[in-house]
Design a protein around this ligand. Structure first.
Ligand code: ADP
Ligand code: MG
Length: 331
């Protein structure tokens, strides 16, 4: 297993730069998410890692082997990377076992090894009982597990995923998140996982690259991304929260509620912004100095999501255990 690194990689189509001077170092065994809105260049990065696209500038290294540079391009089939895409792309006329074994057939692996490896891959995704079925006889989640097993069967160092859960319903996505986490623990492979869904990225990855317009905005653990977003754009994109306008703020500080109240009432200094997470707003406290009008109250089962309009026009999102009347004023 080797470190995967992108060094100042750019990619242009015509005069449009879609990946801009991207540098990332992915350690062996890491589960990395490439996270960003649609069109920000995630799939293009994955396709460069896979070898389906060349690089326009910079280079990609795997250990001490160069995969891609402007002068050299190692073909996809020589990279031994597994791949799983949004569409499962299973062969409809092949059984589960034949689908999973297909990459080994291409590699002309001998019979004994073929059976052992297919068996191991099916074990990992717990599909042994389904090995003689056709894809049409499986549920969406089971089909995606066949695609997972197939990505694994060649014993790759790195597995690349492009929005593999995007076609599944919410309930199934959540159970598949657990499947992916187990899959990572059992294989120990390096995983690079593309998604536009921040909750999915945080649930799966131990390191996240947040991308916007082909540029890296932040490269952090999920916890750091949530607690210390490096830009207002990242703060808006990750987790729940309100960006409040206040006069003087020192960037990237974690504040107590007293600090927050002080800042919101401070009329001096420059125009600043502050991120407030909803779980840090206590609407039941008696000493709140902030005043706001309830504009929305949404039941979420374990809590209510309350949206208050503050006196300065900002919206403040808070969690609360009780419903509040829309239009009522709270302090
Ligand atoms: P994402 O996966 O984040 O949604 P993509 O990497 O697919 O984004 O695309 C990034 C940008 O590059 C988009 O504007 C897309 O239209 C453009 N693009 C991707 N592939 C090509 C291509 N082969 N030729 C021209 N433009 C492309
Ligand atoms: Mg994409």
């Amino acid at each position: 297993m080797a470190r995967l690194s992108l060094n100042a990689v750019s990619k242009s189509f015509g005069d449009k730069t879609v990946v801009d001077n991207l540098s990332l170092t992915i350690e062996p065994g890491q589960f990395v998410a490439l996270l960003g809105p649609s069109g920000c260049g995630k799939s293009t990065i994955l396709r460069m890692l896979a070898g389906f696209e060349t690089v326009s500038a910079g280079d990609i290294q795997h250990g001490d082997q160069c995969l891609s540079s402007t002068k050299f391009h190692l073909p996809t089939e020589e990279r031994n990377f597994g791949m799983v895409f949004q569409s499962y792309a299973l062969w409809p006329h092949m059984t589960v076992m034949e689908n999973v074994g297909y990459p080994l057939k291409i590699q002309k692996v001998d019979r004994q090894n073929y059976h052992r490896r297919v068996q191991d891959a099916l074990d990992i995704v717990q599909l042994n009982d389904f090995k003689d079925r056709l894809p049409s006889q499986l549920s969406g989640g089971q089909r995606q597990r066949v695609a997972l097993a197939r990505s694994l069967v060649t014993e790759p160092d790195v597995i690349l995923f492009d929005e593999p859960l995007a076609n599944l319903d919410r309930h199934l996505r959540e159970s598949m998140e657990i499947t992916f986490r187990e899959f990572h623990r059992r294989t120990g492979a390096t995983m690079v996982y593309v998604t536009h869904d921040q909750a999915e990225a945080m649930a799966l990855a131990n390191q996240i690259a947040v991308l916007k317009d082909g540029q890296l905005m932040q490269w952090s653990t999920p916890e750091d991304l949530y607690a210390q977003p490096s830009h207002e754009w990242v703060a808006n994109f990750i987790g729940q929260g309100s960006i409040l306008h206040c006069q003087s703020v020192i960037g990237n500080q974690l504040l107590t509620s007293t600090d927050v109240i002080g800042l919101l009432y401070d009329q001096t200094g420059q125009d600043g912004r502050m991120l407030v997470r909803p779980q840090h707003v206590d609407l039941s406290a008696t000493s709140n100095m902030l005043q706001g009008t309830v504009r929305e109250c949404i039941f979420r089962g374990e809590r209510y999501d309350i949206f208050l309009e503050l006196e300065n026009g900002d919206t403040l999102h808070a969690y609360h255990t009780e419903p509040l009347t829309i239009g009522s004023t709270h302090q």
